[in-house]
Design a protein around this ligand. Structure first.
Ligand code: PLP
Length: 294
């Protein structure tokens, strides 16, 4: 539960509830619990999605739910409801929360069962949702750009599955934070894959380069939209891996993702990117993305 001062400056406070949801039932977030033997907790045996709203409407909900379905299929986890029902729950949760903008977290696990690596014979999946107020990234940061640092990509081989096993991402982001960097960029075998919470795009001599879809990256919903916008803006797009050397000679770099939107990168491992300021292509796509969501 979060208290918000009234927008008109009146001392009265409105109560904006954070919403919890477990297996089809809504409740206040602080009352939402799952059993200790849930396989999501025991094994990280589950998948998730993060969806945000713009103007109160879930952004690209169909694309997020399609990815939820793909992730579930990839780990042989049956969905408890069809996508229309998921969509209805998401809309309902947003309405119940009543936030100006919401961040919806969906998680589906293989359910609770006595601990054994093998799938349980008959366990119902656990579906969890939380709805909280969406805190957008600060406009000053969007305008100034951020510093990032590169790190070894020692994640597993199926980064296309939005699995709740986020330990490498957690450790990478923490290391970045401690070094004063906003994001960790993963490098695997000399090639840039993605960030710990974002996809990465590089601009070099008028071309937009980004890692191809496949098992090395999460196919970002924002990535897809931004690539479409780039093509509309007549910026040639190449979906291929960028080498570490190309990364260090990039004209521009930016991140894309639900939480970061289009975020220019101005330093990599302490060295300035291009002019050391957000470049023209990054700013153009940032504006195009803003217009798209508006
Ligand atoms: N890559 C990773 C590893 C992520 O965790 C995320 C977002 O959570 C993204 C990319 C961006 O995906 P999306 O644009 O769908 O938020």
């Amino acid at each position: 539960m979060r208290r918000t001062a009234a927008a008109d400056g009146n001392a009265k406070e409105y109560i904006m509830p954070d919403i919890g949801f477990v297996n089809g039932r809504f409740m206040p977030l602080e009352e939402a619990t799952v059993p200790v033997e849930d396989r999501g907790f025991q094994f990280g045996d589950g998948i998730y999605e993060v969806i945000r709203t713009y103007h109160g409407q879930p952004f690209e909900l169909d694309a997020h739910l399609a990815r939820l379905e793909r992730s579930a299929r990839a780990i042989e986890l049956p969905l408890p409801w069809n996508l229309q029902q998921w969509a209805a729950y998401v809309h309902d949760g947003i309405k119940r929360g009543g936030h100006a903008e919401s961040k919806v977290y969906l998680q589906l696990t293989r359910g609770a069962a006595p601990r054994d690596h093998v799938f349980p014979a008959s366990t119902k999946p656990t579906a969890v949702m939380t709805v909280r107020e969406m805190r957008t990234i600060e406009p000053a940061l969007q305008a100034s750009g951020v510093a990032v640092m590169t790190m070894d990509d020692w994640r597993w081989g199926r980064c296309d599955i939005k699995s709740v096993n986020l330990l490498p991402n957690v450790l990478a982001r923490q290391t970045a934070k401690q070094a004063g960097a906003f994001e960790a960029l993963f490098i695997r075998n000399g090639q840039l894959t993605e960030g710990s919470v974002s996809n990465v795009m590089v601009v070099k001599t008028g071309r937009l380069l980004t890692a191809p879809e496949g098992e090395r990256i999460l196919s970002g919903v924002t990535r897809t939209i931004v690539l479409e916008l780039a093509r509309k803006e007549s910026l040639p797009v190449e979906e291929r891996f960028v080498t570490r050397d190309e990364l260090s000679h990039a004209d521009e770099i930016f991140l894309t993702g639900t939480t970061v939107e289009v975020l220019p990168v101005i330093r990599v491992d302490g060295k300035p990117v291009g002019s050391g300021k957000p470049g023209p292509a990054s700013l153009k796509l940032q504006t195009a993305f803003q217009r798209f969501v508006d």
